[in-house]
Design a protein. Sequence first.
Length: 297
Amino acid sequence: MAEPPISVDPLDRRLLLALMHRPTAPFAEFAEGLPVGPAALSARYRRLRRHSVVRVVGRTLPGFDGGHAYLARAQAAPAAVARLAAAVAAEDNSRWVRISRDGSELMCGVVTHDPARDPVLVGLPSEPALRSLDTMELLHVWGAVRDAVLRPSREIDALDSALMAELAVDGRGDLRGIAARLGVDTSTVSRRRRRLVEDGILYFEADVHPAALGGTGDAMLWMSVPPGRIRTVGAALRSRDDVRFTAATSGRCDLVSHVQVLDGPALVDFVDGVLADLGVAGVEIVPMGRSLKRNAV
């Protein structure tokens, strides 16, 4: 796995963990119990963000407002995987693109309004270098917040769309700067932002460099779950701080989760403890490596 572009010390890691749990909380809340104050934490965040170690982003659920969300897993020789991953990352509709730690597998998320014409979904099956390909539609995604919705209950106007685009780039962006760029006053931006969150349209996540937290416990888990347990297991997994993403899928597996724990032994503990207690019938663990695209919206 590629190392972060700058050194990350233990205090940086504590800040990153705090942002993962509460992406938009004031730095004053993070400073409680730490040896530095809010201004120092803010400076650390700006440094980490400037070097692409962390970015807080405003997001909608995959497939929001009529889109179709898919995951693809493509296996090939490492050189072919690297080439294909770069090509997929260059497509506007790819949401994230990663390579497994051993280099033999490409994994990506795609959101499209026309699956039959989508360049990724149509292009990958015709790639002669692939040894195998699984394409799965996301049937249900458990959002970072319980009330996130796929279909808005109201019209999203041009100002809402422009604000969402701003927050997709920087979810902790200065509201005065956003207001100036949008040509409105700061109170309008604040009110609109709050309403987007309250209506379940927008939520926030901290997008952290995969290697910044240390260890090797970064993995995708592809799970088989007995009928009658899918929603219960999915909701239970997504409620955990060490689970970054969970969805029910079509295809060979029933659920997929992205987990970030400390190391390999912690992954085994997660499977033997958490998954066993939830009644998961089978699991494939794929340790994750290089990231070519993270949390595009």
